[in-house]
Design a protein around this ligand. Structure first.
Ligand code: 13P
Ligand code: SF4
Length: 308
C-alpha cells in the first residue's frame, strides 16, 4: 500500500517511462497538481495541447478539454482521466439547435466558448476561453456576434465591447450560477477588508460587485501579485485551497460553500496512477470530419488571440 507521496513518485516515474504528458486544469486537487507537467486554465491547456512532445497526453479535467488536445494533436494518444467527467454546460446546446439559430442570424459570427462539444464547434466560427474572450471578440471583423453557450460570460464580454452587437442564448455554468448577491453580502460582511475576485461565468449581479473578474489563472495571478491580504474567491472552491497553499501569509475565503464542480472533482490520484500504467481513463477518438471542423474553430481562436 502506497502513501500519497509514494504514489506520486510512482506516477512521476511511470509517466517518464511510458512517455506520458500530464495536463491538469487548475480545478484539480493539489495532489494531482504536484504530478502534472502543466497546470492552467482552459486557454493555457489548449496552447500546451499543441506543444506536448510525449506520445501520450493525459488530461486531468473534463471531456471537452481532452477533445481539444485530440483536435490539436491527432497523432497522439489522448486520455481523459475519468470517463464520467463531462462539463454540463458543454452539453446544453447541440448542432441541431444552433443550426436553427444560425438561420435566424445569417450575418452573425458564431463565437463558441471552448466549453462546447467538438460536434458543435464544427458549425461555429471561432472558439474563446474566459481569458481570451474579450480580446478575440474585439479582433473579429464582424460587428454582429452570436455568443454561445454561456450568457453570463457573454454579458461580461459585451459590457466591455459596447461597439459590438452581441446576441446571447440562455446557457451557463451550473456551478458558478449557484453564487448569489446574498452570498456576496454575507461574505463582504464577514470579511470587510477582503477583495472579491470572481470568474466571468458568475451571474452579472455577482460580477458587478467584484474587484476583479478573470479566468482561474487570472484570479490566482491577481491574488498572488496584489498587496491586499484577504480575498473572497468566486470560482470553484479548489482555487481557495490552491491559493492558500501558495500564499500562506494571505487569507482566502470561498464566496459560497456550494461552488463545487463535481465533474472536476471526479478525478483522483488513483485514476492518474491507472492512466500512466496504461490501464485507466478513456482514450479520446474523434471522426476526421469532426476533428477537422472543430480544429478550424480552435485554430481561429489561437490566431485571433495572437493578433492585436
Ligand atoms: P477557465 O479555465 O477558462 O478559467 O474556465 C473555468 C472552467 O469552468 C473550465 O471548465
Ligand atoms: Fe463546466 Fe462549470 Fe464545471 Fe467548468 S465549472 S467544468 S464550466 S460545470
Amino acid at each position: 500500500m502506497y502513501t500519497t507521496r509514494e504514489l506520486q513518485d510512482e506516477i512521476i516515474r511511470l509517466k517518464k517511462e511510458n512517455d506520458v504528458c500530464i495536463l491538469a486544469h487548475a480545478y484539480q486537487s493539489h495532489d494531482i497538481w504536484e504530478v502534472a507537467d502543466y497546470v492552467g486554465d482552459s486557454y493555457g491547456l489548449s496552447v500546451q495541447a499543441a506543444k506536448a512532445e510525449q506520445k501520450t497526453v493525459l488530461m486531468c479535467g473534463v471531456r471537452f478539454m481532452a477533445e481539444t488536445v485530440k483536435i490539436l494533436s491527432p497523432e497522439k494518444k489522448v486520455l481523459l482521466s475519468s470517463a464520467n467527467a463531462g462539463c454540463p454546460m458543454a452539453e446544453q446546446m447541440d448542432v441541431e439547435m444552433i443550426s436553427r439559430v444560425k438561420q435566424m442570424y445569417p450575418d452573425y459570427t458564431v463565437v463558441a466558448y471552448i466549453n462546447t462539444t467538438s460536434e458543435l464547434k464544427t458549425i461555429c466560427d471561432v472558439c474563446v476561453t474566459s481569458s481570451s474572450a474579450v480580446q478575440i471578440v474585439k479582433n473579429i471583423d464582424n460587428k454582429n456576434i452570436l455568443f454561445i453557450p454561456d450568457c453570463n460570460l457573454g454579458r461580461w464580454v459585451a459590457n466591455q465591447i459596447p461597439e459590438k452587437n452581441i446576441k446571447l442564448l440562455q446557457g451557463g455554468c451550473p456551478t458558478h450560477v449557484r453564487m448569489s448577491v446574498q452570498d456576496v453580502e454575507a461574505a463582504r460582511a464577514a470579511h470587510p477588508n477582503a477583495l472579491l475576485l470572481v470568474h466571468p461565468e458568475c451571474l452579472p449581479h455577482v460580477s458587478a460587485q467584484a474587484d476583479y473578474i478573470g479566468s482561474t489563472t487570472g484570479i490566482m495571478d491577481y491574488a498572488k501579485k496584489s498587496d491586499a491580504d484577504e480575498f473572497i474567491i468566486g470560482t470553484e472552491n479548489s482555487i481557495v485551497q490552491h491559493l492558500q497553499f501558495e500564499c500562506p501569509d494571505k487569507r482566502f475565503y470561498p464566496l459560497s460553500k456550494d461552488c463545487v464542480c463535481h465533474n472536476m472533482k471526479l478525478t483522483t490520484l488513483g485514476d492518474v496512477y491507472a492512466c500512466v500504467r496504461g490501464v485507466g481513463g478513456e482514450e479520446i477518438t474523434l471522426e476526421d470530419e469532426v476533428r477537422e471542423g472543430a480544429k478550424r474553430c480552435i485554430d481561429a481562436m489561437l490566431a485571433l488571440s495572437a493578433a492585436n
